[in-house]
Design a protein around this ligand. Structure first.
Ligand code: URA
Length: 190
């Protein structure tokens, strides 16, 4: 029998499949609408997320909220998770073995939500979910059909905080995402 999101979350609390579980403050399991048609997947918790146990609540998270607003969305219409659920020390990239150890949790979450569209936030998420050799500078904004879902990667909000020159391209990607949502799952906007 498959688990509910709440049951999965409770099990995940005791996960020690990689060492990140020992150094984190809080598990950042995921948040949002469990029946969302659109799922956003980031890299891993930062300092604020680790303290609060909620994804994207720091500076990058505020920008993510603005990005959602730009395409008439908010957190109640999407589900947000990360490739790894525990903060990597000093915000380093999660190691491949940490990503692999965390994958079964994310896979279950994707199965439960069953979104039509998955938006990868940044390179780490895109290489984990779309293709190992994904090049974010060249391939952001493109759709990839994998199984029954459509995937697109966009620049990570932290990258947009560091480099405002990337913002216009991201606005174009966001507009494309809005059109595709309207086409594939118009109920999101009803
Ligand atoms: N960056 C991420 O990739 N995920 C978060 O939850 C916060 C910052």
């Amino acid at each position: 029998m498959s688990l509910s999101m709440e049951q999965l979350n409770s099990r995940c609390l005791s996960c020690r499949a990689c060492p990140l579980g020992d150094t984190r403050t809080k598990l950042v399991f995921g948040a949002g609408n469990e029946k969302a048609k659109v799922m956003l997947i980031g890299e891993g918790p930062g300092e604020q997320e680790d303290l609060q146990g909620v994804p994207f609540v720091g500076r990058a998270g505020k920008l993510l909220d603005d990005m959602l607003k730009m395409i008439d969305l908010d957190r109640s219409r999407v589900y947000i998770a990360n490739i790894v659920k525990c903060r990597p020390p000093k915000n380093r990239d999660p190691k491949p073995e940490e990503q692999d150890a965390c994958w079964p949790w994310l896979r279950e979450q994707i199965d439960i939500v069953d979104p039509k569209i998955i938006i990868c936030l940044g390179r780490i998420s895109a290489t984990a979910l779309i293709s190992e050799d994904f090049r974010i500078t060249r391939q952001h904004g493109q759709w990839f059909d994998i199984g029954s879902r459509r995937y697109m990667a966009i620049y990570h909000p932290s990258a947009l905080l560091r480099d405002v020159n990337k913002r216009p391209e991201t606005f174009a990607d966001l507009r494309e995402i809005r059109s595709e949502i309207r086409r594939l799952c118009p109920e999101v906007y009803e």
